[in-house]
Design a protein around this ligand. Structure first.
Ligand SMILES: [Zn+2]
Length: 69
């Protein structure tokens, strides 16, 4: 059964995803040390979407999709 899960990855150049916590683009910033959390979100066992978070925003939100792998 698929579950929503999160992984920590480096931020790639050109990434234009918007962090759902702070509504800012997840782009390289020194304060994040180039790390992001990518969450694959499943709703009712069906893949729904991917969300990109700043590492600190994901932690501030209480790791809604579990501890990043
Ligand atoms: Zn953020």
């Amino acid at each position: 059964m698929p579950e929503s899960r999160a992984v920590e990855r480096s931020i790639e150049p050109g990434n234009s995803a918007v962090c759902p916590v702070c509504d800012e683009t997840v782009k390289f910033k020194a304060r994040t040390q180039g790390r992001q959390v990518i969450a694959n979100i499943y709703v009712k066992d069906v893949w729904a979407r991917v969300e990109h978070y700043h590492v600190e925003c994901y932690e501030a939100a209480g790791q809604p999709y579990g501890e990043p792998q």
